[in-house]
Ligand binder design. Structure first.
Ligand SMILES: [Zn+2]
Length: 80
């Protein structure tokens, strides 16, 4: 099985937003800090402990995108 690309992963998530946990509709920077610092979530890509919380705005509302530093770097540097 080939490794999905960053674009492939983002496409998949956009098409299937229920794969991501629901974020508060009116999320704030504080919500993002709390999720990343005070809560333990697995990295979406590799399963390691996530250290970064992003919010993806999808058609069914905002969803959390939890990533470890390595995968966040991977996404930032390889997504188009
Ligand atoms: Zn990861």
């Amino acid at each position: 099985m080939s490794e999905p690309t960053a674009d492939g992963m983002l496409h998949l998530l956009r098409a299937n937003p229920t794969l991501l946990p629901e974020a508060p509709a009116s999320y704030t920077g504080q919500d993002m800090e709390r999720r990343r610092l005070d809560e333990v979530h697995p990295c979406l890509r590799c399963g390691e402990r996530a250290a970064l919380a992003y919010v993806a705005d999808t058609e069914i509302g905002p969803r959390w995108l939890d990533l470890c530093p390595a995968c966040a770097h991977w996404l930032r540097t390889t997504a188009s």
